[in-house]
Design a protein around this ligand. Structure first.
Ligand SMILES: NC(=O)c1ccc[n+]([C@@H]2O[C@H](COP(=O)([O-])OP(=O)(O)OC[C@H]3O[C@@H](n4cnc5c(N)ncnc54)[C@H](O)[C@@H]3O)[C@@H](O)[C@H]2O)c1
Length: 364
């Protein structure tokens, strides 16, 4: 089992560990830190994960002789809403969940974001742990303490920073994941390699066949390295005041493409094209050489992720969505660019002509 500690500078009591193992092994002695004070567990999961893993995880927690309940939300992004928060909170009241209870987020990023948000506001906050079951949740959303729900006006507009007490990653959960959801996670891993780890980039280049087949030893290495990169960044900038913004590599254009496609493009697909866009801008501004740019494009292609903007999306429309995003981030559009693999930097306001040229270069 691999253990990665997330040390949060502001408050030692908020620091926690990520446990990575082939099978989900919790709770055992692992959660004694919180278990000592726990009067009941409530697992929050979704309608796809519950039939697959709800019973198994419930049984593991029952071994502690502390009562365990399960609350199910419908699978999918539409559950990231205040209505779901309201319904879950009312179910917790009915289950007599108190400030001594522990919430367990069992699922992908949607469950993690909703359960974390509920935990941060229910009775002025109660503890929670994450058991992420998608690759994206294992390498990204379960680590870092960002919680939240969407509003009709946009994604993740209501939320909190609220750290889990622990993260338990079971690699075997990945066996039942769809190809599309595997690719979503791989896009974020490719992002980590570009912003943070040249060795991981080479590993992704060399091991793509085995990774696509989900070979356990390769997945363990990928998830471990990715969590370490995210944990290191979160440790240095828990509240996203500076450095943590480099995690948005590929996301400025990616978010605009997601919105312009009416969410027909998945997040991983949009971020993949967005990463090519950011690398293309980096090349146009003479930060990144052509050979490195081409390696990035080739790596993304290796994983069957798109590198071109789908036909039918107009440049003006994409620029319009970026302008909306710009308002949402306080008037400045921050692009994350790279000087080479492993050397990202954040820059506000790059000439819009360069962005337009890059978008046009990516139109298929
Ligand atoms: N908090 C953060 O820092 C952060 C970071 C990145 C993304 N996010 C959020 O995460 C969400 C996306 O997460 P996601 O991609 O995990 O989506 P998701 O939670 O919707 O899961 C994707 C699908 O996979 C199913 N599923 C989950 N685990 C499975 C398994 N082991 N086997 C089979 N099916 C399984 C789910 O039911 C769902 O249908 C978005 O809402 C995004 O905003 C949050």
């Amino acid at each position: 089992m691999e253990r990665i500690r997330v040390n949060l500078e502001m408050s030692r009591k908020d620091s926690y560990e990520i446990f990575i193992d082939e099978d989900f092994v919790g709770p055992g002695g692992l959660i004694t830190k919180v278990q000592n004070h726990v009067d009941r567990y409530v697992i929050i999961t979704d309608s796809n994960v519950n039939p697959l893993y709800g019973k198994m995880v419930t049984e593991r927690f029952k071994q502690t002789a502390i009562p365990v309940d399960i609350v199910e939300i419908p699978a999918g992004e539409s559950s990231k809403s205040l209505d779901t928060v309201f319904n879950v909170a009312r179910q917790l009241i009915r289950l007599k969940v108190s400030r001594k209870s522990l919430l367990i987020a069992l699922g992908g990023g949607v469950v993690g974001d909703v359960a974390g948000f509920v935990a941060s506001i229910y009775m002025r906050s109660i503890p929670y742990i994450q058991i992420p079951t998608t690759l994206l949740a294992q390498v990204d959303s379960s680590v870092g303490g960002k919680t939240g729900v969407d509003l009709p006006e946009g994604k993740n507009l209501l939320g909190t920073f609220y750290q889990p007490k622990a993260v338990y990653i079971g690699l075997s959960f990945l066996k039942t994941l769809s190809e599309k959801d595997l690719a979503n996670g791989l896009a974020e891993i490719i992002k980590y390699s570009i912003i943070g780890d040249h060795n991981l980039f080479e590993f992704l280049e060399q091991e793509s066949d085995g990774i696509k087949k989900r070979k356990p030893s390769l997945m363990e290495s990928l998830v471990g390295r990715s969590c370490k990169i995210k944990a290191d960044i979160v440790e240095m900038d828990e509240k996203e005041l500076g450095l943590r913004r480099i995690l948005n590599f590929g996301h400025t254009l990616g978010h605009a493409l997601e919105a312009a496609s009416g969410y027909g493009l998945s997040h991983g697909e949009a971020v993949s094209i967005g990463m090519v866009g950011a690398a293309n801008i980096s090349h146009r501004l003479d930060y990144l050489n052509m050979a490195s740019y081409q390696r990035i494009v080739d790596l993304i292609k290796h994983y069957h992720l798109p590198t071109k903007i789908p036909a039918g999306m107009e440049t003006a429309q994409i620029m319009g969505f970026m302008a909306t995003d710009k308002k949402a981030v306080g008037g400045q559009l921050h692009f994350v660019l790279i000087k080479k693999v492993g050397a990202p930097f954040v820059t506000p306001e790059i000439p819009s002509g360069v962005v337009v040229e890059a978008i046009e270069a990516l139109q298929g």
